[in-house]
Design a protein around this ligand. Structure first.
Ligand SMILES: NC(=[NH2+])NCCC[C@H](N)C(=O)O
Length: 412
């Protein structure tokens, strides 16, 4: 197994994972902008960093290699000698109002060494920090009250979403909201220029140059043949069908995509906020996505008769669909918060269904979701809890905060 990306399941022993340590970007929030930037509160930086370091350490203690997005991005930019090109690319997507401001920002960013520059872009660029040399009214009179020329990217620590490893490749995502869409530029640079990934046989199943949206929180690799992808607030049916066609027609091993429809609401933005795989035959599920008798609208996509088409079957018996797809005798759905009227929505809000499997039957979860954690244990799952007071304020859990790059294959 020598390829830099290898993910044939959700639960195979985790070997290498991509994280982002929360930085200044999570503190560059105010009540006025946090909703637009998809935060519900403002994290306390030293504490969120401590919690995140403990998350990373829990993975390292289990033999996982932890890579950091911010470090790989800087290394990639240096390796490719593309500092200026990268700055141009990110400025193109940062809503810069005038040429004068753009020039000033470019000069400012290029004055840093590469790592500092990457960190500064991620943190957001304050107007007060950049001098604009211009005699044009528009350059000097920009909306004074708004503090940023370039918005902070507080959601970067959710490395799951801007890209998703699938098999020996990945999708580099066009994300749903402007608040996050620039995030996938870092991954794009890493795949193009970092010596660990560039020209190493990594398949880009779908790049970010699309108009239809998809995010990694919706992309689940159930096994080496079947994916589950959420039709959600963040991922459109169109993007799923396009990706399925790419996977079926190019040299991937995937044969089936289960497109699972979940409610279009903030609390359940991605499939992995309501549904994650914890063992060969066990999933967590938030009962809020199930209708009577546990039904969930699901569309099964397979290779179509004509090129560029898919064959589609609609069903709603999710438990049986999963049992068949995974070829197990019995499949268990473990309800978040035990399905209790209060505990279920409360724990789901703080990512109680969002587990990161690091091996079959071994998961990392937030400590605050004690009802769900106890239930997982009663089903024989090993639960590694991490502190979550500040991490959870961004509305994402351990799966959202990690992008597996290499997992061991499951025994056949
Ligand atoms: N895979 C996930 N569930 N990620 C959660 C991302 C949370 C982030 N604040 C957002 O709204 O985008």
């Amino acid at each position: 197994m020598t390829t830099p990306i290898h993910v044939m399941s959700e639960i195979g022993k985790l070997k290498t994972v991509l994280l982002k340590r929360p930085g200044k970007e999570v503190e560059n929030l105010t009540p006025e902008i946090m909703e637009r930037l998809l935060f519900d509160d403002i994290p306390h930086l030293p504490v969120i960093q401590k919690e995140h370091d403990a998350f990373a350490q829990a993975l390292i203690d289990r033999g996982v290699e932890v890579l950091y997005l911010e470090k790989l991005a800087a290394e990639a930019i240096d390796a490719g000698k593309v500092k200026e090109k990268f700055v141009d690319r990110i400025l193109d997507e940062s809503n810069i109002e005038t040429d004068g401001v753009r020039e000033g920002l470019k000069k400012y960013l290029l004055s840093f060494d590469t790592q500092e520059m990457v960190d500064a872009i991620m943190a957001g660029i304050r107007k007060k920090d950049v001098s604009i040399e211009s005699h044009h009214l528009a350059d000097v009179s920009s909306e004074e009250v708004y503090p940023f020329f370039m918005d902070p990217m507080p959601n970067l620590y959710f490395t799951r979403d801007p890209a998703a490893a699938i098999g020996k490749g990945l999708t580099i995502n066009h994300m749903a909201f402007e608040a996050r869409n620039r995030e996938s530029l870092f991954i794009e640079a890493i795949m193009n220029y970092h010596p660990r990934f560039a020209d190493q046989g990594v398949e880009v199943w779908r790049d970010r140059n699309h108009t239809s949206r998809i995010e990694g929180g919706d992309e689940l690799v159930l096994n080496d043949k079947v994916l589950a992808i959420g039709i959600s607030q963040r991922t459109s049916a169109k993007a799923i069908e396009q990706l399925a066609i790419e996977l079926f027609e190019r040299n991937s091993n995937f044969e089936k995509v289960l497109a699972i429809k979940i409610p279009n609401v903030r609390a359940m933005m991605h499939l992995d906020t309501v549904f994650t795989m914890v063992d060969y035959d066990k999933f967590t599920i938030h009962p809020g996505i199930q209708k009577n008798n546990g039904e969930v609208d699901t569309y099964i996509l397979e290779k179509g008769g004509e090129p560029g088409t898919v064959k589609m079957t609609q069903r709603s018996d999710l438990q049986e669909i999963l049992r068949e797809a995974l070829d197990v005798p019995k499949l268990t759905l473990i309800p978040c918060g035990g399905g209790d009227a209060i505990a279920a929505p409360r724990e789901q809000w703080n990512d109680g269904s969002n587990t990161l499997a690091i091996a079959p039957g071994v998961v990392v979860t937030y400590d605050r979701n004690y009802v769900s954690n106890a239930l997982l244990r009663s089903h024989g799952v090993e639960v590694i809890e991490i502190a979550s007071s500040e991490l959870s304020r961004g509305r994402g859990g351990p799966r959202c905060m990690s992008m597996p790059l290499i997992r061991e294959d499951l025994p056949k």
